[in-house]
Write a protein that binds this ligand. Structure first.
Ligand code: TXA
Ligand code: MG
Length: 351
């Protein structure tokens, strides 16, 4: 059975400490714990234990060639996970850890191939969420964790979504409330000559460029028509596929409104139930069965924060056709569009 414990990140009292100790013991014994981070909830197991990693793949229903991220709680443990730590990694750790940045490095013998999906490289991240940090420490310091969703569903931003996906499959779920960011960490590969972004996130290209002289971006992230294989194995899967067929509509606000309302009406006539992903300023102008605002364009972090929740909510609304507004790809917009395009199976209408 799965035990659910509630912990307030800003008040880790004696009771919470006891629960975190228990979580640590579960992890050390080879069990699984879902826990909050500042990005999304993670599904944790001991990253040094091959059997724990196998359990994670089974609980998620995830292909075992898709490597896990090893979470640490102190920077010095980077040297235990990686066989060599380049200057760039030290700079990035200083600038962005603890926080939503994952680095790919050559792995040490501490981390088995079961955790890295058979790769000689390892993904490492030091989360800033205090519950996560305390749990990692109690659990031995090296917690392998993918996002805590069933493979193919949006990453969980609240504990209730972990319960939906993982109840009965993990020993414990720690409910630490809503996550702060809402999209998964930025992944940077440091095993290549020029550091390369493999997955965009809250730490943007622009932010990385302030710390490193050169940064490149995996082409498959920006070019939706690219036939190349993404460099992060997990990025090749169609994540977050909503139940409804999603189309992203790009153009001026006026044209987008007109296009979506006309097509929504047509689809409704044909018997479909239609949903629209709008923004705060436009939501009242759409006519469809379900219209939800994902956030405000004036603060794109609010859009990042709402995206996965909205996608799950639309699944519960049983809409079978969905339209979404589009977002600029500057700053965090790149991460928003990367996830939205995946949800839409790259289907964009330019109007
Ligand atoms: O914010 C996050 O990163 C969350 C929280 C829980 O920390 N975790 C997360 O894990 O998003 P996951 O498993 O859903 O995504 C990990 C991604 C996958 O696309 C995987 O292919 C890639 O990281 N990855 C892991 N190890 C890698 C490696 N050695 N080389 C290239 N890509 C790697
Ligand atoms: Mg994931």
């Amino acid at each position: 059975d799965t035990q659910v414990v509630v912990i307030d990140e800003n008040n880790i009292d004696e009771k919470a400490k006891e629960a975190l100790k228990k979580a640590g013991q579960i992890l050390l014994d080879g069990g699984l714990v879902a826990f909050p981070t500042e990005t999304v909830y993670g599904l944790g197991g001991d990253g040094r234990n091959p059997d724990s990693s196998k359990k994670i793949y089974a609980a998620k229903g995830r292909p075992s060639d898709n490597p896990l991220i090893v979470h640490i709680w102190q920077v010095e443990d980077l040297y235990k996970v990686a066989s060599d730590v380049p200057e760039a990694a030290i700079k990035l750790a200083k600038a962005f850890w603890p926080g939503p940045l994952t680095m790919i490095l050559n792995k040490s013998d501490l981390i088995p191939l079961e955790t890295t999906g058979g790769l000689e490289t390892v993904a490492v991240r030091m989360p800033s969420n205090k519950i996560a940090a305390a749990m990692i420490k109690e659990g031995g310091g090296f917690i392998a964790a993918p996002s805590a969703n069933t493979s193919g569903r949006p990453s969980p931003t609240m504990a209730k979504y972990c319960i939906e996906d993982l109840d009965g499959k993990v020993e414990m779920i720690i409910d630490g409330g809503q996550v702060g960011i809402g999209l998964e960490s930025t992944i940077v590969d440091l095993t290549v000559d020029v550091p390369m972004i493999l997955r965009p996130g809250y730490i943007t290209y622009e932010m990385l460029k302030e710390v490193l002289p050169e940064v490149s971006i995996d082409k498959t992230i920006i070019d939706s028509n690219s036939k190349l294989k993404p460099k992060a194995p997990g990025m090749k899967y169609r994540h977050y596929a909503p139940k409804g067929e999603l189309t992203i509509v790009e153009g001026s606000q006026e044209h987008v409104l007109k296009y979506i309302n006309e097509h929504a009406a047509k689809m409704q006539e044909q018997g479909h139930r239609v949903g629209v992903i709008a923004t705060d300023a436009t939501a009242t102008f759409y006519k469809a069965d379900v219209v939800k605002s994902v956030g405000s364009r004036e603060d794109e972090r609010s859009v990042a924060h709402g995206l996965f929740r909205i996608l799950r909510e639309f699944d519960d609304e049983d809409v079978d056709v969905m339209y979404s507004e589009s977002f600029d790809t500057n700053g965090i917009g790149q991460a928003i569009m990367n996830r939205l395009l995946k949800a839409a199976g790259q289907h964009v209408e330019h109007v």
